[in-house]
Structure formats: structure tokens, C-alpha cells
Design a protein. Structure first.
Length: 397
């Protein structure tokens, strides 16, 4: 536990609150105690079918991984190779049982759930959003498809400036219960917020344009299409069948709408288990949890030109990426798919080399390009080391 939260109660200048929980140094405690600050909905696991990760530690000191851990304000890091944890470390009061906020890696989890629902026939990616959610007719979402939302190619005028102190992003944060209301503010909620998004940034299906409200709108689409709560679907269709060892949770607004774009919280081991599920082609034993064809679609179908012409290149300068169904894809000797969230959250998956790397952090800046680059390079070094120095490490029984 950090000194910030010591005392009963902690002194006023040491308390993490709704007003400061995403700022340093308060985030070092708050990011793994989110439900004590923001309302949440539980995503239960099933203890009867939980599957503990076997451990087979490998000496990674040659990679200076401990130095990387400290320099990138990492709170938890789990590296799995061929179904075994080969490295695990925690900081800032975190333990293996601590759920940590995933920020926009939450989007990637939604992308997997969308694949399950598409296979079941509950979701039709080419269907217009307004066919499912007529409440957003008359907004800039007119004409957008579910696929446009999945691939961040909806033409919505929204500036995702995490350091802004006014504007639509502040109204958005208040609507999702992440910022406190100010004197004179009327109570707001996520679904009403969409009425404010009336300006277009261009045609739908155009360049990659990162708009977090797209993903929350997808959560609404999923709930309307299935008649079930998002948290319950995530539990039933992903968390329980994959064998998660702990329950996850997701933040909600004052009316219970889930913050699908960034409010997911899970242990680092269970996040790594999501990666391991993808390594296994979406299957756990004989049960297909995520359709393999959906994973293949993520891996191969993102539009390179949409990425090159979009606003993501500023976050990952010099990296030729693609984006598909809420996952980033980096082509190389083996495609690397990954989820990324602000303040240093990552899930890397190399299916061909059977490697999953889950990293959660409490970096001070939402977008720290230098540390993002350092993390991408570290992931590449880890993958190469495991693939070539330890190619024959055994699979778990």
C-alpha cells in the first residue's frame, strides 16, 4: 500500500477521490481499487471451472526486464509462454488477486465478445447502428454501421484529448461517472450524452479516428440486441468459459450503463489468460469460446490505408499498424495483435510463438509516446528471446 492511502481515514491530501483518481500519484493506488471510487458491475468467474496458470519461471535478467518494469511505472506484469507463466511481478500494493483497470484494453475484450455474438447471430457487423439504437438517429452516427464502430472508422467529430479541461470529453467523463459534477451541473448519463455528438468529421468508413464513445455505443448495441446486461454477457460468454480465476468488473454510469471503452478491471493473470485463449485459437480444450475465424479476421483484415491516414499514427509513430475489431495488429515475422490503454495498459498476443504478455501500469501521462515505444520494443525483445532462446519449453498438461 502506498503512503497516500495510509490512515483511518487518510489525510485529505492523501485520499484518492473521484476528482484525482486518474492523476499521479493517486492512480498508483486507485487503479487497483477502482470500485471503491466509481460504481461498478461485477463480471463473475466460475470457481468450479477456474483454471490456474501453471508456473515455469525463466531467467529474463538478460533482457533487463526489472529495469523496464520500474521505468514504465508498471503495477503488474505477467508473461506466458506455451501456456505457462514464465515471469510475474507486482508493485504499488498490487498482488496476483488485485483487479487493475484496463482502460482501453477493455475495448479489446468487447471486440472478442462481439465475435461470439456475431457467430450466434445476435450481432450483424454490417447493420446500421440506428437500426438497433434509434435513439442516436439525428446524431453524427446516422449511417454508421456496427463495423464502423468496431474498427474506429465512424465519422464522428470528437477530440480525444485526455489532458483537456473543457469540451466534449469532459462532458463525456462526467456522463460515465469518471469525473465529479461541478456546482450547477445537472446529473448526466452515458446514453443521453450521445445527443451531443451531432457534428461529423467525414464519411463513415474513412480513416481510423479514435473515439471512445464508439465503444460505449457498441455496449449499448450489444445490450439492446441481446436483451442482457453487458457485464452478464461478458461473464457468461468469456470470463467463465475461459476459466478466469477471479471475477472482473466494469464501471457504470449513474443509470447502470457500462463503460465498455475503458472501465474493465481484471487481474493481470486473467488478462494474460485472455491472451492465452487467443494463442489457443479461441478454444479451451474441446470448447470453442471465441470463434477462430473471428480471431483470424482480427489478425488479417484491418485496413492499412485507414490506419496510415488516421490519428493513431501519432501514438505509435513509425509503426505500420492495422486496427480491427478493437485490436491493433503489427505485421512481422509473426503477426502481433495487441490491446492498448492509456496510462500504460497492454495485452500482447503472438499466436504463432504462443506468447501472451499482460502489463498494467500507473503512468502519470495518459499518452506517453516514449514509454509506449519502450514497451513495444520490450515486447519484441521478450518475444524474440522466448521464441529463439527457449523454443522447446513444454506445454502444460
Amino acid at each position: 500500500m502506498t503512503r497516500l492511502t495510509r490512515g483511518v481515514p487518510p489525510p485529505p491530501d492523501g485520499q484518492a477521490t473521484l476528482a484525482n483518481w486518474r492523476t499521479s500519484p493517486f492512480n498508483r493506488w486507485a487503479f487497483h481499487h477502482v470500485r471503491e471510487i466509481v460504481p461498478s458491475a461485477d463480471i463473475p468467474n466460475d470457481p468450479a471451472t477456474a483454471l490456474e496458470f501453471p508456473s515455469a519461471p525463466i531467467d529474463l535478467s538478460a533482457l533487463r526486464i526489472d529495469q523496464f518494469f520500474d521505468e514504465t511505472d508498471t503495477d503488474g506484469l505477467v508473461i506466458a509462454h506455451r501456456g505457462r507463466i514464465v515471469y510475474e511481478r507486482y508493485a504499488n500494493g498490487m498482488t496476483a488477486d488485485s483487479p487493475h483497470i484496463l482502460m482501453s484494453v477493455s475495448k479489446s475484450l468487447l471486440g472478442l465478445l462481439a465475435g461470439v455474438l456475431t457467430a450466434r447471430g445476435d450481432l450483424e457487423p454490417e447493420r446500421r447502428v440506428t437500426d438497433v439504437i434509434p435513439e442516436v438517429a439525428g446524431t453524427a452516427y446516422n449511417g454508421a454501421t456496427i463495423r464502423d464502430l468496431l474498427d474506429m472508422r465512424a465519422g464522428i467529430a470528437f477530440d480525444e484529448d485526455y489532458l483537456a479541461t473543457s469540451g466534449a470529453i469532459i462532458a463525456y467523463r462526467k456522463a460515465v461517472n469518471w469525473n465529479p459534477l461541478q456546482p450547477g451541473d445537472a446529473p448526466s448519463d452515458l446514453r443521453s450524452f450521445y445527443r451531443e455528438l451531432v457534428e461529423s468529421s467525414g464519411p463513415h468508413g474513412g480513416p481510423f479516428h479514435y473515439v471512445s464513445p464508439n465503444t460505449d455505443l457498441l455496449g449499448w448495441v450489444i445490450e439492446r440486441a441481446t436483451g442482457q446486461r453487458y457485464a452478464d454477457l461478458m461473464s457468461e460468454l468469456l470470463w467463465k468459459p475461459m476459466g478466469a480465476t477471479r471475477s472482473a468488473y466494469i464501471t457504470v454510469d449513474r443509470l447502470g450503463a457500462p463503460r465498455c471503452a475503458g472501465g474493465g478491471c481484471a487481474t493481470v493473470r486473467d488478462l494474460a489468460r485472455v491472451g492465452q485463449l487467443l494463442v489457443q485459437g479461441g478454444a479451451r480444450g474441446s470448447k470453442q469460446v471465441i470463434p477462430e475465424r473471428w480471431i483470424d479476421d482480427i489478425t488479417h483484415k484491418g485496413d492499412r490505408d485507414a490506419w496510415a491516414d488516421g490519428d493513431g499514427v501519432a501514438v505509435f509513430p513509425g509503426l505500420p499498424l492495422r486496427y480491427r475489431s478493437k485490436w491493433y495488429v503489427h505485421d512481422g515475422a509473426a503477426p502481433l495483435i495487441f490491446g492498448f490503454g492509456i496510462h500504460g495498459q497492454f495485452l500482447f498476443v503472438d499466436r504463432q510463438r504462443e506468447i501472451a504478455i499482460a502489463k498494467v501500469s500507473s503512468q502519470a501521462l495518459p499518452i506517453d509516446v516514449e514509454r509506449i515505444g519502450a514497451t513495444m520494443r520490450a515486447a519484441s525483445r521478450i518475444i524474440d528471446f522466448l521464441a529463439f532462446a527457449h523454443p522447446s519449453s513444454g506445454r502444460p498438461p
